[in-house]
Design a protein around this ligand. Structure first.
Ligand SMILES: [Zn+2]
Length: 348
């Protein structure tokens, strides 16, 4: 028999109890704690204080009498995993979270009302002696990995592989250009798992409407056009036009990523999208990269790419310097040929 106590509802003067019978059936009870004594003659704040004390006492005795007894930390972990949805309700409210542990007879040496977090509970439960295990898996990086949530007793299930996206990208670019040795294999698999899970979450966001992958384009300001195989395409700048001429397989402004700035949600329209090779391209002069809004956009694009397994590539002057002469011939016969060449030559 498994008996659990939910937090007391002092407004309704009740304590909720649930009981899981051996046949797995759940039963719920509500006990009115106000029925214990007659508190009518007291003022409201004293009444409340007494009620809280009485509730605490009642809970303590109920805990002693009925609550699940844990024989070891493994059992506590199993109990926490079983109740992880309920725990999420208490995150951010230390007192409630701590009481939840108390009501359920969970005693952990290192946990206090001040330091209670899911991560600290996890660390207490798994008793790791080697703190190295918590370190970022990128080569020499000494930073700590980021705790996500309690999923099992395994560190790799509960922490990110790297300390930051920077380390992830460094690792990824090393791994793409370098030798694919065994050292790289483990994090790659973990990453794949994470990505699959996150892509599911993204799909859910699209389903529930909190993320819209593609909205109708209502912009009207276009600076130049390109005609390819009889089809006219409009672009906002000469840079974009030329980049498209060189890469005509790309989708223009297909991916839209919502992001928060202050209280408002904005949509970041990514310049080019390569669905086949999973790449996003943003065309931007080098000096504009550091401006605040572009930093925010870059951050949200990087997050999107991480979630969807894409690479985010910023195209600046450097690309045009390297490619203009090579592809200048593609501009021949374009409706704005002269203007385009004039504008592009300014950045060379
Ligand atoms: Zn790192």
């Amino acid at each position: 028999m498994n008996f659990r106590i939910y937090e007391p509802n002092l407004v309704k003067n009740t304590i909720c109890l649930s009981m899981r019978r051996d046949d797995k059936k759940m039963f719920y009870y509500t006990i009115n704690i106000n029925m214990l004594d007659n508190l009518d003659l007291l003022s409201d704040d004293i009444k409340l204080k007494l009620l809280i004390e009485k509730a605490d006492e009642k809970i303590k005795s109920l805990v002693n009498e009925y609550a699940t007894k844990f024989n070891n930390k493994k059992e506590i972990l199993d109990f926490i995993l079983l109740n992880k949805l309920e725990i999420n309700k208490y995150c951010g409210d230390n007192k409630k979270f701590y009481n939840w542990l108390l009501y359920n007879n969970i005693k952990l040496k290192t946990i206090t009302v001040d330091n209670i977090t899911k991560e600290n509970i996890f660390l207490d439960l798994i008793d790791i002696d080697n703190k190295e295990l918590l370190k970022c898996k990128y080569n020499t990086c000494k930073n700590k990995r980021i705790f996500e949530t309690i999923r099992s007793e395994k560190i790799d299930d509960c922490y990110t592989t790297f300390c930051s996206k920077e380390c992830l990208y460094k690792w990824r670019s090393d791994n793409m250009s370098g030798d694919k040795n065994a050292v790289h294999r483990t994090p790659l698999e973990t990453l794949k798992k994470v990505r699959e899970k996150q892509s599911e979450q993204m799909k859910e966001k699209i389903r529930n409407g909190s993320f819209t992958p593609c909205i109708t384009n209502t912009w009207t300001h276009y600076e130049s056009k390109i005609v390819l195989n009889g089809v006219t395409k409009h672009f906002r700048s000469s840079w974009e036009s030329f980049f498209y001429l060189v890469n005509p397989h790309l989708d223009y402004e297909k991916i839209r990523i919502p992001y928060k700035k202050g209280k408002n949600t904005h949509i970041y329209i990514v310049d080019f999208h390569d669905g086949e090779n999973k790449k996003l391209y943003e065309i931007k002069p080098f000096k504009m990269k550091e401006c605040g809004l572009n930093k925010i956009k870059e951050k949200c694009a990087l997050e999107w790419c991480l979630l969807n397994g894409y690479e985010y590539i910023q195209i600046d002057e450097k690309w045009f310097k390297e490619n203009f002469n090579k592809y200048e011939h593609l501009l021949k016969g374009q409706p704005n040929e002269e203007t385009l060449i004039k504008k592009l030559k300014r950045i060379l």
